[in-house]
Design a protein around this ligand. Sequence first.
Ligand code: BF8
Length: 653
Amino acid sequence: MAEEFQKSVDKASLELIDKACADKVSLAFDRAQEVKPCPIGAVGSCCRNCGMGPCRVPLAKGKEETPEEKRKRRGVCGATSETIAARQFVRMIAAGTAAHSDHARAVAELLTAIGEGKAPGYELKDEQKLLQIALEWGIDIGERSNKEIAVEIGKKALGEFGKQEGTLLFLKRAPLKRQEIWHKQGVEPRAIDREVVETMHRTHAGVDQDYRNLIKQGTRAALADGWGGSMIATELQDIMFGTPYPVLSQVNLGVLKADEVNIIVHGHEPFLSEMIVNAAREPEMVALAKSRGANGINLAGICCTANEVLMRRGVPIAGNFLQQELALVTGAVDVMVVDVQCIMESLPDIAQCYHTKIVTTSPKARMKGAIHIEFDEHKAIESAREVVKTAIENFPNRGTNVRIPNERHDLIAGFSHETINYLLGGLFRASYRPLNDNIINGRIRGVAGVVGCNNARSAHNAAHIAMVKELIKNDVLVIQTGCAAMASATAGLMVPEAAAKYAGAGLASVCEAVGIPPVLHMGACVDNSRILMAATAMVKDGGLGDDISDLPVAGAAPEWMSEKAIAIGQYFVASGVYTVFGVTWPTTGSKELTDYLFSDLESVYGGKWAFEPDAVKAAQLMIAHIDKKRKALGIDKARERVLYDMAMRRQLE
Ligand code: BF8
């Protein structure tokens, strides 16, 4: 009998997977069993970029390929397996960059509209960041109002998408040495849209036929994401909605409430959900809910929209990517309102088995079987009220087939780069100095960014939690975003008490002194740009080399699935970070290309990719890399001494 596939390590999810089975609802976990991944496409050996194909150029299994066989392994147009795999890879980067950056475009448009007084209900909450970016971008402040400055920032940000001259403004934030590397390699992004367009052009049949040159363009597109679109999204959202500071909330499906109207916000763009938070708190809305028999209105989030409203408003998280269907299976969700990205097309179908209404809001992302309430920034609060009312009116239709798992955990989120700066250094000397000092003295071994998705082909949350536990046990401070952050929170790793329970003695002592968890939630996927800023701040504070590639840091996405994750990984690598992915690797159909990504890139960018599906082994690879960097910095001895001290202390105990 085939071995039973482990679907999740999360109790709440397992409970609802069983309920879905009883309710005859098919989930992503089931489809992952039924639809096997195409073994040729999975390794990047299928090219469907023209009408002569799809051309499949698989490696013959089980024997060494002769040069003659390799020469023949080509598509009809003559494309080699290297070119084919590189084309698919950089197209993934382009799609990921497009997703983050189109989000950023909408952010810039909204900021402009707020400044012009055309987006009632929105504010400019972080004045300090507004002025700081104005200064950074050479925008005149003088006697101008914040709104006037906001218009100019918004327009300048929009210019980043299509300007015809120069390179992206935020590249100047990187350490000087990093900027020089990008310049020397010729990978400084010129304009965000241009890099996506050029990637699509170069991967069209018969254009770029050198895998190194394709990866170079992919790098440029990826940098246009990390140091462009994503950074614009993060920074401008902070101006509008506030820069996050530590906030206590809860996570997992147990945050849904049996006696209240449950509204789930799902997707990535927080514009409407910010307004839904406001609308749901209006006394008239609460009164309306009570008149329909509910005790109140309960908001919760899924995926990165959840992270956005968690970070800034403390809204609890119902779940991550693989829990979106399960939220519906509770039978307790009155409306699930979605915007863009990572939204499963199965939702309306599953909703039909219960009473849930799925509401789409973006003209870019409509779904069959959903109600469409279009988000209009000019009357956002009205759209938000309509969504909330739809949920309230649907509450009396909730049936008896309801099960809300009794699983919820506290978490502290809101660790923006600015907050970390402040927490470590204090209000008057905000800096990363204490972090750098504790890395230098060895209490903290290094820092790891563990980010990314869930993947239905690997047990939900298992790799995330195993990797993060292994890292903190070995004194590596973990910073997180996206669905990865939610996974750690469900395992109780994002509360200060986790330091004593799970972290090594060195890391625990620092966490206890500062009062932070050993695993810090930095936000949504676009907020990986906060990680770039944190790494840059570490370099600028001194003592750990003069580039990101000198730092004892590593990155990982152990359960990745989206093209956005590939874009993120590539900009981490091109920023100098060793980056390990799990589950599957999309270029193994070409050994040459894979070797290039896993090894040669390091001599160019100081960062490189690695693939390791075993999460603990992957963590150990990251730790080995961190130790290598400590040695290069000459701070490896300090750590040995600290370890010796701890051993002695334990003996004494
Ligand atoms: O942008 S981590 S599954 S929700 S892609 Fe999607 Fe991946 Fe989750 Fe957020 Ni990021």
